[in-house]
Design a protein around this ligand. Structure first.
Ligand code: WTA
Length: 649
């Protein structure tokens, strides 16, 4: 906990869009009269038919969330067409390849042409409004074109992160019954090829066993690597684009028509298809992008996320493009060719605003300051952080070493479910405290509640809820509304429960303390402990598994697995390796277990519930305070677990 306060920088105050007075005034308005506030700000996007109803939301009963519901628009009209007149020749996307000598600039006019053609390719393949298109792509401009092409014709995209395994991809295809896929032959990250087409082929076979027949696969040629080909199903992107009609009028979309599904992990079961819709999402993504990053015309803006995550959706593609910004898309990784890559790219493209994750900051901090210092970074004005709590040491390093004390840091808290940034400093308005996401964005009403659901006032530490709806909020879990209600609105009646713990200090600043449920945050990636457990028990030698997180220097959290083997199986190092490989195959490399402890028994209550609290403590090597273990069915197992713990200090 840091007590340091950094005042608003003079450079951030200069020409700022929002100073502190404005923040306070707008915030007050936004919570006193949300209707009026959003009626005004909804106009930041263009509507084919203007809305007359602004907010129609209920956090009780069946939960219904509608914003701007009678308005009609199209997301790509706002992200592309409306910019053509003024900024047709301005660069919309700067693409920086994995190879530092390869890049590309795409103007708004070129973006228009690419998206229209691709939209026509989709149409020709029979994709219609409301159909689900799965995008399983490397970080290349075609990934953004594909998202936008779907939005152009009203198809719902489901982007699946290229690091997910065939099994994970198949699960997502089946869940939303998606029969059209856009992928690439291979991805390229840190010089290494990723077999995207091969994974897709495998996923299609798995999905077929579950009754889903994928109709077409559009394949971008990225590396030219060897791939298998199904002539009646697979199509080359470049060939289809060359044949496509150049104009495709934007489909009229109601504000509440779905825009995309994005799967994310929860505390139980399979990943959920978070559904976002058209109008409110775009208004919120665009508005937060402009004010949080203090985006000004001509700025070069870089968010290092992957489009496979929500950060890539809202802050590489939709928010920046709706604002007519220049957005940089990076194919590679922070440590290739070496740990100076980010800062080299900043200099190369004169990046003004840079947005990344604490895990990357910590890794780069560990690599030493020379990598930073060899680049001038003089274009930088603002630094952002997202995805997990940023520890004050990493914050200070980011501020002093990377930003040389002249760039404000915006530590932005939000979630896949929230669509856009929720708690964050505004650079021209907010004093900074390292490690705090500071204050709510306009229209966001955070509440801290105690375990009984009582709202806590003043400085307090509790579970973070949001009291009322905001336009960027998810609308439902795709195909499973009861799960939406159950997951987010049943713990505390009448409130959206975030799953995060949070402290509010005496200045009203919010400090996110991390998940209070069984969701892990590994290198800023969300993973359910239940997913890793189910991957482990699907191995024929495993009878039971319990997975918990533990503090990890770089990743934020590491994955600690307790594994009970089938009778007669020996827990060897080879088996450990095999289980690691198995989990990677089932989910993907992001779920690679860090520690595996073979455990003949797990601590369970008499009713059979695993006591995770105890397992967490042992994983943290902090077993002095295990609390009450007398309710365990067999308290004896605990000593054995402690004895064999894998994180002995
Ligand atoms: C965590 C990513 C602390 C949090 C946009 C949340 C953060 C989860 C921050 C959502 C932050 C995100 N400080 N924690 N600035 N940003 N988180 O859905 O636990 O991938 O619930 O969305 O990440 O992760 P998701």
């Amino acid at each position: 906990m840091s007590e340091k306060i950094y005042p608003v920088l003079p450079s951030a105050k200069k020409n700022t869009l929002i100073d502190d007075e404005t923040y306070l005034e707008w915030y007050r308005k936004s919570v006193d009269d949300p209707e009026a506030f959003w009626a005004e700000h909804g106009k930041r996007i263009d509507w084919f038919r203007p809305y007359t109803k602004v907010k129609n939301t209920s956090f009780t009963g069946d939960i219904s969330i509608k914003w701007f519901e009678d308005g009609v628009t199209n997301v790509t009209y706002n992200c592309i067409d409306r910019h053509l007149e003024k900024r047709g020749d301005q660069v919309a996307i700067i693409w920086e390849g994995d190879n530092p000598y390869i890049d590309k600039k795409i103007t708004y006019r070129e973006l228009y042409a690419e998206v229209c053609r691709l939209a026509n390719v989709l149409k020709k393949q029979g994709v219609q409004k409301g159909d689900r298109v799965t995008i399983y792509m490397p970080m290349i401009p075609e990934a953004a074109y594909a998202m936008l092409a779907c939005a152009r014709i009203g198809a719902i995209h489901s982007v699946v992160f290229g690091g997910f395994s065939p099994d994970a991809l198949a699960g997502r295809l089946v869940d939303c019954q998606s029969t059209f896929i856009v992928t690439a032959d291979e991805g390229l990250r840190g010089g290494k090829p990723i077999p995207l087409k091969e994974n897709t082929d495998t996923a299609i076979d798995i999905a077929a066993k579950q009754g889903l027949q994928v109709k077409s696969v559009l394949v971008v040629r990225r590396t030219g690597g060897k791939i298998a080909w199904a002539p009646d199903r697979d199509l080359w992107y470049h060939q289809e684009i060359a044949r496509a009609e150049p104009e495709c009028p934007p489909t009229e979309m109601k504000a509440e028509d779905p825009l995309f599904i994005l799967y994310t992990s929860g505390s139980t079961g399979k990943p959920k298809g978070v559904l976002h819709t058209t109008g409110g999402y775009l208004v919120y993504a665009a508005m937060t992008h402009e004010y949080v990053f203090d985006y000004r015309d001509g700025d070069i803006y870089w968010c290092t996320a992957d489009v496979g995550w929500v950060t890539g959706h809202s802050y590489i593609v939709y928010g920046p493009l709706a604002n007519g910004a220049t957005t940089l898309m990076f194919e590679g990784v922070p440590n290739y060719p070496d740990y100076g890559r980010f800062w080299d790219v900043v200099d190369k493209h004169k990046v003004n605003i840079f947005y990344t994750a604490p895990t990357a900051i910590r890794a780069l901090m560990g690599a030493g300051n020379d990598f930073v210092k060899r680049a001038s970074r003089e274009s930088l004005r603002l630094l952002g952080s997202v995805g997990e709590p940023i520890n004050p040491e990493a914050w200070e390093w980011y501020y002093h070493v990377v930003g040389e004390d002249r760039c404000a840091i915006v530590d932005t808290w939000w979630q896949t479910e929230t669509g856009g940034i929720m708690i964050t400093p505004l650079p021209g308005a907010t004093k900074l405290k390292p490690g705090s996401a500071t204050r709510p964005f306009f229209g966001v009403q955070p509440e801290l509640v105690d375990p009984e659901g009582k709202v806590m006032e003043g400085s307090a530490n509790g579970n973070l809820c949001i009291a009322d709806s905001w336009p960027g909020q998810m609308r439902t879990v795709y195909g499973d509304h009861p799960r939406f209600v159950e997951t987010y609105f049943s713990t505390y009646k009448g409130k959206y429960f975030t799953g995060d713990g949070c402290r509010r200090d005496e200045d009203g600043y919010y400090w996110i303390t991390g998940r209070v449920d069984d969701v892990l945050n590994v290198s800023g990636h969300r993973l359910g402990t239940a997913e890793v457990e189910s991957a482990l028990v699907s191995h024929h030698f495993v009878s039971e598994a319990a997975v918990v997180g533990y503090p990890h220097n770089i990743k934020g959290q590491g994955i600690y697995c307790y594994v009970t083997l089938m009778a007669g199986t020996e827990g060897t190092d080879d088996l450990r390796k095999e289980l690691v490989t198995h989990v990677r195959k089932e989910i993907g490399p992001i779920a690679t277990p860090d520690k595996i402890q073979f455990a003949p028994g797990l601590p369970k209550t008499r009713s059979g519930k695993i006591m995770r609290r105890i397992l967490r403590k042992i994983a943290e090597d902090d077993f002095g305070s295990l609390g009450d273990t007398s309710t365990l069915a067999d308290p004896g197992v605990v000593d054995g677990l402690i004895e064999n713990r894998q994180n002995k200090q």
